[in-house]
Design a protein around this ligand. Structure first.
Ligand code: F0G
Length: 461
C-alpha cells in the first residue's frame, strides 16, 4: 500500500460514457412487483432505478477492456486471446492449467462431475447456491465448516470466512479421506455477507488438508476483494500489494473455479483452473461436451481478452480501495441510522438483517423476500433475498432449510454508481425502516425445482 496516501478514497477513473436510468412512480413499481410475484429477479430492468440485484456481470468495463474487445480473435481453435488469458491466470494467480467456461457454474459443473462420486462429502466455508447444487447433482453432500461467528450477523470477528479446523478434522475422521474429494474454500464468503478468510487460517487449512492428502478447491470469485481485506486487517500484510496477496492465496490451493463476472469486471465469463495434470486432461475433454472447445469454452475471443485485462485491473490497490471504500461508505450510513446489517461490512455489498428489521414476521413468511419487495416499491432500488428462499429445501426431508442468516443483499456493482446513488439507497432503507411495521409477510405461490430463488413467485399474506 502506498504510505504517501493522505486523503480519503476516490474513484481512480473519470467517466467518459454514461447510461441513463429513470425514476418510475410508486404506482408503477407496485404494479411491476406484483407482476413479478414479489421476486426482484422477475422484474424488468427498465423498471429499476438503482440495480443492486448483484455485482455479477454488472460492473463497468474500462476503456482498455473495451479496446480489448476490438482485439478479439474469433478463431474457433487456438485464439490468441485464449493464450493471453492463460498466461494472465498463470502469472496473476499461479495456477497451471486453464479451462475457460461461460461463467462460474460451468466450471463448478465440470469440476464436480470429475471429482465427486456418489456418497462423497464436500466440506466448505459456507455453501454457495450453485456450487452446492452441482456438488449434489454429482452425488455429493456439502458440509459446513465455517466458524460459528459467520452465522451471527452481530459478531465483529474480522475474518468470518475462516474455517473451523476442529470441525474439518472431525469430518475427515468420521467419513475418511476416500470420501472427501476436496475441501471447498471460498475467498470472501458471499452468503455470510462477503466476509474474508485470513491468510493465517487458509495456511492452517492447507497444513491440515496436506496432512491427509486432501485437495483444496478455491472458489476465487472475489479473491482480490479478500486480498484487500487481508491487507487492511491482517498483521504482516500492510506492506504487500493486493496483487501479491491474491497470488499468495491462490498458491495455497490446488485449483479454482471462477465466476469472472465479479472481481474481473467482465459481463460474462469464467474458468476452471487446476494444477493436477490428470484432472486437467479430463476437464479438457469434458469442456467440449458442455461448454465449447478447450480454447474458448463458452466465451468469445473478445470476452477472453476483456477478462485477461480485467484480471490485471482487479488487483490494483487504488481500484480496490475505491471499490471497497464505496461499499463501506454505504455501510457506515446504515450503521449510523441504526439499521440492522451484517457486521463487519464485507466487500461486495451490504447485507440487511431481515429478521431484526422485521421481527413481526416468522421465517416462514419470507422476511427478506418481503423486505426486498418493500425497498423496490419505495425507491426502485432492486436488492436480492439471501435467506430461506435461497437456502432451498433439505434434499432428504423436503422441508425448508432455515438459515440463521435471513438477509437482503444490497450488492454494489464495480465502477457503476456514484456516492450520490449510495445516499439515495441509504435514504430509502431508512424510510422503509421507519414504516417497517406495515410490511406484510409473503407466501410462496410457485416454486421451481432447482435454485428456487431465481424464479419463485409470492403473494402478500
Ligand atoms: N461462487 C460464488 C461465490 C458466487 O458468488 C457465484 C455467483 C458463483 C460461484 C457462480 O458463478 O454466476 O458466474 O455462474 N454469484 C452471483 C451473485 C450469481 O449474485 O452472487 P456464476
Amino acid at each position: 500500500m502506498d504510505k504517501t496516501i493522505k486523503h480519503s478514497w476516490a474513484e481512480p477513473f473519470k467517466i467518459k460514457m454514461v447510461e441513463p436510468v429513470f425514476i418510475t412512480t410508486e404506482e408503477h413499481r407496485k404494479k411491476a412487483i406484483l407482476k413479478a410475484g414479489h421476486n426482484t429477479f422477475l422484474l424488468h430492468s427498465d423498471d429499476v432505478y438503482i440495480d443492486l440485484l448483484t455485482d455479477s456481470g454488472t460492473s463497468a468495463m474500462s476503456d482498455r477492456q473495451w479496446a480489448g474487445m476490438m482485439m478479439g480473435d474469433e478463431a474457433y481453435a487456438g485464439s490468441k486471446n485464449f493464450y493471453h488469458l492463460e498466461e494472465t491466470i498463470q502469472s496473476y494467480y499461479g495456477y497451471k492449467h486453464l479451462i475457460p467456461t461461460h461463467q462460474g457454474r460451468g466450471a463448478e459443473h465440470i469440476l464436480s462431475q470429475i471429482m465427486i462420486k456418489q456418497g462423497d462429502i464436500i466440506p466448505g466455508n459456507m455453501y454457495f447456491t450453485t456450487t452446492k447444487l452441482h456438488q449434489e447433482l454429482a452425488g455429493g453432500k456439502f458440509m459446513d465448516i465455517i466458524i460459528d461467528e459467520a452465522h451471527d450477523p452481530e459478531s465483529m470477528h474480522p475474518f468470518k470466512g475462516n474455517v473451523n479446523l476442529k470441525k474439518l478434522e472431525a469430518i475427515i475422521k468420521e467419513y475418511g479421506v476416500d470420501r472427501i474429494p476436496y475441501v471447498s474454500i471460498s475467498t470472501t464468503v458471499n452468503m455470510a455477507g462477503g466476509q474474508p478468510i485470513s491468510m493465517e487460517n487458509l495456511k492452517a487449512t492447507r497444513a491440515l488438508t496436506a496432512k491427509y492428502g486432501i485437495k483444496i478447491i478455491h472458489d476465487m470469485t472475489r479473491v482480490a476483494e479478500n486480498a484487500f481485506m487481508i491487507q487492511q486487517k491482517e498483521e504482516g500484510y500492510q506492506d504487500k500489494s493486493v496483487a501479491e496477496i491474491t497470488k499468495e492465496l491462490c498458491l495455497l490451493t490446488d485449483g479454482a473455479t471462477m465466476s469472472a463476472k465479479k472481481d474481473a469486471m467482465v459481463n460474462i465469463g469464467g474458468f476452471l483452473a487446476i494444477n493436477d495434470d490428470d484432472i486437467f486432461e479430463e476437464a479438457r475433454n469434458m469442456v467440449v461436451i458442455y461448454e465449447g472447445l478447450h480454447t474458448y469454452g463458452g466465451m468469445a475471443g473478445r470476452d477472453m481478452e476483456a477478462l485477461a485485462l480485467g484480471i490485471k485491473e482487479s488487483v490494483q490497490d487504488d481500484h480496490m480501495r475505491a471499490r471497497v471504500g464505496q461499499v463501506h461508505y454505504l455501510g457506515q450510513k446504515l450503521i449510523d441510522a441504526d439499521i440492522p446489517i451484517v457486521n463487519p461490512v464485507g466487500t461486495h455489498g451490504i447485507f440487511i438483517d431481515a429478521k431484526k428489521f422485521l421481527p413481526h414476521l416468522t421465517q416462514d413468511e419470507f422476511p427478506a423476500q418481503a423486505l426486498a419487495s418493500a425497498l423496490y416499491i419505495d425507491s426502485g432500488v432492486r436488492a436480492m433475498e439471501r435467506g430461506v428462499v435461497s437456502a432451498g429445501r433439505n434434499k432428504e426431508t423436503g422441508a425448508h432449510n432455515y438459515p440463521n442468516l435471513e438477509l437482503v443483499r444490497l450488492t454494489i456493482p464495480r465502477r457503476v454508481y456514484t456516492q450520490a446513488h449510495m445516499d439515495v439507497i441509504a435514504e430509502s432503507v431508512e424510510c422503509i425502516y421507519s414504516q417497517r411495521n406495515s410490511i406484510k409477510g409473503l407466501k410462496m405461490t410457485y416454486e421451481p425445482k432447482y435454485l428456487r430463488f431465481f424464479q419463485a413467485k409470492f403473494e402478500e399474506i
